[in-house]
Design a protein around this ligand. Sequence first.
Ligand SMILES: [Zn+2]
Ligand SMILES: [Zn+2]
Length: 195
Amino acid sequence: MELKLQRLYNECKNELYGIGIDLNNELIGDISIGIGKRNCKRYGCCKQENPVKETKYIERVGRNRYIRYERYRSHKIEVSKWVMDLNEDIIKNTILHEIIHCFPNCSNHGEHFKKYAKYINTKLGYDIARVGNRKEDLLASNIESVAEKYNYKVECMTCGYSFFRKRLNCNFSRNYRCGKCGGRLQTEKGIFYKN
Ligand SMILES: [Zn+2]
Ligand SMILES: [Zn+2]
């Protein structure tokens, strides 16, 4: 899977080069790419590291002020595992989206990000601004890999109805009864996956 990602990343790089965007550029910095280790439902993410201190600025959002940087020296792109099951066009769309986040002033989805996305979409026929048809894409993927993880299974001792919880308060089975039949509940601790 890593090889496939690397190959698609190289294809993206070459396509960008073809339209005048060279990723081997001091203004962009180093980019590394890998497959996300956690099972998360977003397509991918880009972690910015090593800010260029001279490009610091303050962003005001309402009353709050945030320290921001126009540029970073290194970027770690992660593509979520479930996305790797989808067709290559969607994977490359995700890669390109995250690559744009590596460009100066593009750590959010503001005007600079949109400008690049539009340029790449027009020149190369992608659909980058899309947040994605996540529901549809999740279904097309190997759904098991995005299953939610629960720590408790609760089962009714009378009718067998069961459900899952991440956390339980300690008196759960004493205080609650089955919602279907009013029977007593038993809880089992373990690791359970459910979509
Ligand atoms: Zn983004
Ligand atoms: Zn019951």
